[in-house]
Design a protein around this ligand. Structure first.
Ligand code: FES
Ligand SMILES: [Fe+2]
Length: 338
């Protein structure tokens, strides 16, 4: 149930070298990424059309990639341009290529119909060299389905329990007791919730407004805003306009399905530049890593139980509303693809 006509995050652009091809797997498809002499990316199926050796064991040569089994040389579009010891190059000797682009420091791959490729569908995310935020990033491999990670991110009521010692550490189960506002978007959902009288680690007490978009195929962009105590009670619904100054922290996350039961989770967190941002970011990153380890422990354990008792359905509760709406959007997009 993953739409294919969507951009999937394949890697952090800053994480792999120019000289070496990089193997990734998305939706069960092995893909090799490599850079041309200008540093621009190409993405090919990680399979030489000659005898199916992985091209990720190959060698970058200028703008091209050489299979290091029998030495066939491929261009960025996957066409064979040289066969050692042979002048005639058959047209059919080519590797499938995928549209690939870099935006917001992420490498995005279009997994669907090449005729439908549309860069406007790449969600807006904050780059690691953002002028507005000091950012840090990471990546976690999961022995669990991407669906389970998406469901975790779509329902933050779990902060009060999974993260009782990190993100959700405060009295009154404030995350699970405050119902979120949820609206449906063209390609996902927007979720917002007030946490009244929240005590920040810096000692301030605020009305905290947490809001995020969760877009197919699993891209989250979130911001937390600090408002004076009493703001939430003085408003009906969500705050319409929020000033950049009020941002407490941001995060961008991407859940990429690797196979049916494995996933790769990319994330960044940031704090507004200003005073003391290094220390604030250090603190935030530390608690984020702790929280993400808590998620991984719970979700991988959940995945094991699911594998042990196949065929059992989930029983939704009220806090699953955003998940239900998101899945409806995703299903609709899959259906349109036909
Ligand atoms: S398998 Fe790649 S050149 Fe033979
Ligand atoms: Fe979590």
């Amino acid at each position: 149930m993953y739409p294919r006509n969507a951009w999937y995050v394949a890697a952090w652009d800053v994480e792999f070298a120019r000289e070496k091809p990089e193997a990734v797997v998305i939706l069960g498809e092995p893909i090799v990424l490599f850079r041309d002499s200008q540093g621009r990316l190409a993405a090919l199926e990680d399979r030489c059309p000659h005898k199916l050796a992985p091209l990720s064991l190959g060698r970058c040569e200028g703008d091209r990639l050489r299979c290091m089994y029998h030495g066939i040389l491929f261009d960025g579009g996957g066409r064979a341009v040289e066969i050692p010891g042979q002048d005639m190059i058959p047209h059919s000797l080519s590797a499938r290529s995928y549209p690939v682009t870099v935006r917001g420091t992420w490498v995005w791959i279009w997994m669907g119909d090449a005729e439908k490729v549309d860069e406007a569908l790449i969600p807006e995310t904050e780059a690691l060299d953002s002028p507005n935020y000091l950012m840090r990033h990471g990546m976690i491999d999961y022995d669990a389905s991407a669906h389970l990670i998406c469901e975790n991110l779509l329902d933050l009521s779990h902060l009060s329990f999974v993260h009782e010692n990190s993100f959700g550490s405060s009295a009154n189960n404030e995350w699970s007791n405050s119902a979120p506002f949820v609206t449906t978007l063209d390609r996902g959902v927007r979720i917002g919730r007030w946490i009244r009288n929240r005590r920040y680690r810096d000692g301030r007490t605020v009305d905290h407004w947490n809001t995020y978009d969760f877009l197919v195929p699993g891209i989250l962009t979130m911001a937390g805003y600090a408002f004076p105590v009493g703001t939430a009670d003085g408003l009906v619904g969500a705050p319409e306009a929020v000033a950049q100054d009020d941002v407490y922290s941001i995060t961008c996350q991407a859940v990429t399905p690797v196979s049916e039961g494995t996933a790769r989770y990319f994330f960044s967190v940031g704090v507004p530049r200003g005073t003391d941002e290094e220390a604030r970011l250090e603190q935030l990153f530390k608690v984020t890593l702790q929280a993400f380890a808590e998620d991984k422990m719970m979700i991988e354990a959940q995945q094991k139980v699911i594998a042990q008792v196949p065929g059992r359905n989930f029983h939704p509760i009220g806090s699953d509303r955003a998940t239900t709406l998101y899945q409806r959007v995703a299903r609709k997009l899959v259906k349109i693809e036909g």
